[in-house]
Design a binder for this molecule. Structure first.
Ligand code: ADE
Length: 248
């Protein structure tokens, strides 16, 4: 899968893309992260990519010409249309299920705005999806684009070394992940829960499910409202507002 990142700060993308799991996935060819410098496409003699907003107001806006030309160069070279995501706080917040569905695309373009954003006419021409990473305002779209690339890449087959490790984790069933333990079996007087040492896979799975529900109930009860847990799977007392096993 190819990620084209349209940005005026390509160096912000390059480092994160080169290390850890993303760096490895680029080496194995499972993903490719291609920063495109919007400034390389400006027709302005001083290489400017921003200007004052019509109607006044604080800050500068990115001008439409270099944004459009950079986007057009990518799509022409690819030879097919590519879903184009504009990172903005003025959008629906990105979730794990969005990561799963974007991972099915062959290519993606991520458009990063700076200053006060991008001239609306350029956005109307190129953007297919508006995506926020949370209800707060960043100085630009680069960090947000890397959040998406990281979360989407993990869902691309081959990127995670253990193919199962993307499944049994927070949000994969609408629940937070259960607590995990490694050696030593006792640390600072705290023992690993007995059941995990039992070797009884069914009981371990049942315990983990209960823990996942309980953790979700405590930390993110809003998720239980939308979860598709059946009442058989989800003990009645795990429903927010009810007393659970763990509170008794
Ligand atoms: N750009 C600035 N703030 C952002 C946010 N919260 N999400 C995505 N892009 C942004």
């Amino acid at each position: 899968m190819k990620f084209y990142v349209l940005t005026t700060f390509p160096e912000m993308i390059e480092y994160i893309a080169s290390v850890s799991i993303l760096g490895r996935a680029q080496k194995t060819g499972d993903i490719e992260i291609i920063p495109i410098n919007i400034r390389d496409y400006t027709n302005d003699p001083h290489k400017k990519t921003d200007d004052y907003p019509y109607g006044g107001g604080a800050g500068m806006l990115m001008t439409p010409q270099p944004v459009y030309d950079a986007w057009e160069a990518v799509t022409k070279k690819a030879g097919h249309s590519i879903r184009t995501i504009y990172l903005t706080p003025q959008a629906k917040v990105f979730t794990q299920s969005d990561a799963v569905s974007y991972a099915k695309e062959e290519d993606l373009i991520l458009l990063c705005g700076h200053y006060e954003g991008i001239d609306e006419r350029a956005l109307e021409e190129v953007v297919t999806d508006y995506v926020s990473i949370g209800d707060y305002v960043l100085t630009g779209g680069e960090l947000a684009s890397m959040v998406l690339i990281d979360a989407i890449s993990r869902m691309v087959p081959g990127v995670l070394s253990n193919s199962d490790s993307g499944k049994d984790e927070s949000f994969s069933e609408g629940l937070l992940e259960y607590p995990q333990y490694t050696r030593p079996a006792v640390w600072r007087g705290k023992a690993v829960p007995e059941i995990l040492l039992s070797g009884h896979h069914e009981n371990v799975a049942k315990w983990r499910k209960e823990q996942a529900i309980e953790r979700t109930r405590q930390r993110r009860p809003d998720l239980l409202e939308d979860t598709n847990e059946s009442s058989a799977d989800c003990p009645e007392d795990a429903i927010p507002g009810k007393l659970s096993e763990f509170d008794k």
